[in-house]
Design a protein around this ligand. Structure first.
Ligand SMILES: O=C(O)/C=C/C(=O)CC(=O)CC(=O)O
Ligand SMILES: [Ca+2]
Ligand SMILES: [Mg+2]
Length: 385
């Protein structure tokens, strides 16, 4: 269970034992504050946003309401004792209805590694990579809450000898990512500039973009990832508002070539986050988010550059977070170099890709100016046959 500082105040949706209805919660230490009950008891002007128990109404309400709710919670924390209970005693559910889901590919280290593995005869980065944040539209309906078991998918693959077959993937993998949760929507036909990032994006969650590498490698040419990535995408139960991350903002890496005008991010939305990848209790990597080449404000501007509208609950993920070192890679594909260098677990076993029964946790934290680290929550999942 994540221990949140009192300045983080992430949101969740939870169900109490014996109840059916969900409530909106706020993480305080290892407790959850029942915001549905607390805001109603105080007759707060925004209490109606929490009645349904999902974050959907709050997301749609926009930045002024986000600010007012956070101020209310922060100012009244000590008066809320009767509405606090241990988070370990409640069920944390999918916190919002995922509208559209997009996955980017914003780590230069990850893209370089995958390029070498999947396209060894060509340049590691495709010619467009430094001109635009590459992404694809994923499957919103298979975004699942942390803790949901992930069933090993079947798919079509091509073996070394060229045989085409259908069956359970032999290369089930993870991707450690940060997800950006859109609150306020936008108007069809009107691009959202990088400067409006925080008018639309409410906060972040931790994402595990489960991937079947053998399915992916065979199917992706020329239209990109399809069934190899659409079977499950797990998200953390906590959505950390951008307001809690102000102290973690850093300058992103210098971009060369300079991106086109619509992609310039004057606000510098680099974030000093770390994603820890843990398989069966062994920490396999610590991936540094601050080195991501494209910022989330650039991803959002690109996503809407053609006039595509945003809806509350849209989720766009950063793409796998990998740093330059071996111990900073956010996927087993990279960590085991496509199976040629299996990684060791503390129990003495080794892994190229995931086995049935494996438990994966991706835990994120932010380093604030001054060096203090705050927890941002985690996403868990176990592989079942
Ligand atoms: O380069 C490729 O063909 C594929 C790359 C990925 O698997 C990337 C993906 O899902 C985006 C990401 O997580 O970075
Ligand atoms: Ca991905
Ligand atoms: Mg702004």
């Amino acid at each position: 269970m994540t221990d949140f500082g009192r300045a983080t105040l992430p949101y969740c949706s939870f169900v109490r034992p014996g109840e059916e209805r969900a409530r909106v919660g706020v993480g305080v230490g290892t407790d959850v504050l029942d915001l549905t009950a607390a805001s109603a008891a105080r007759g707060h002007v925004h209490a109606g946003l929490f009645a349904a128990g999902s974050l959907d109404p709050l997301l749609a309400a926009g930045p002024l309401a986000w600010h007012e709710v956070r101020t209310f919670v922060a100012a009244s924390l000590d008066a809320f004792a009767e509405h606090l209970s241990p988070a370990a005693g409640v069920e944390l559910v999918l916190p919002f209805t995922v509208a559209d889901y997009v996955d980017f590919y914003a780590s230069e280290h990850h893209a370089t590694n995958v390029g070498r593995l999947f396209r060894p005869d060509g340049a590691a980065l495709t010619p467009n990579w430094k001109h635009l944040p590459i992404g694809y539209h994923g499957r919103a309906g298979t975004v699942v809450a942390s803790g949901t078991p992930v069933r090993r998918p079947s798919g079509q693959t091509r073996g070394h000898d060229g045989t085409i077959a259908f069956g359970p993937t032999a290369k089930l993998d993870i991707e450690a990512e940060i997800g950006f949760v859109v609150g306020a929507g936008s108007t069809l036909g009107e691009p959202v500039p990088t400067s409006s990032f925080d008018d639309h994006v409410f906060g972040i969650c931790v994402v595990n973009d489960w991937s079947a590498r053998d399915v992916q490698a065979w199917e992706y040419v020329p239209l990109g990832p399809f069934l190899g990535k659409s079977f499950a995408t797990s998200v953390s139960p906590w959505v950390v508002p951008l307001a809690a991350l102000a102290g973690a903002r850093v300058d992103p890496p210098r971009q060369d070539p300079e991106p086109l005008a619509y992609l310039q991010d004057e606000d510098a939305w680099g974030l000093d986050l770390e994603l820890e990848v843990i398989v069966n209790g062994t920490v396999l990597s610590r991936a540094p988010y601050a080195q991501m080449y494209w910022t989330p404000a650039q991803m959002l501007a690109h996503l809407t550059a053609n006039g595509a509208a945003l809806r509350p609950g849209d989720l766009f993920a950063s793409g796998t977070v990998s740093g330059p070192e071996q111990g900073q890679r956010g996927s087993l594909l990279e960590l085991s170099w496509n199976g040629s260098h299996p990684v060791l677990l503390d129990d003495g076993s080794s892994r190229s890709f995931l086995l049935d029964g494996d438990r994966v946790t991706i835990a994120a934290s932010a380093r604030l100016a001054g060096g203090r680290r705050i927890a941002l929550g985690q996403v868990d999942g176990q592989v079942v046959a």
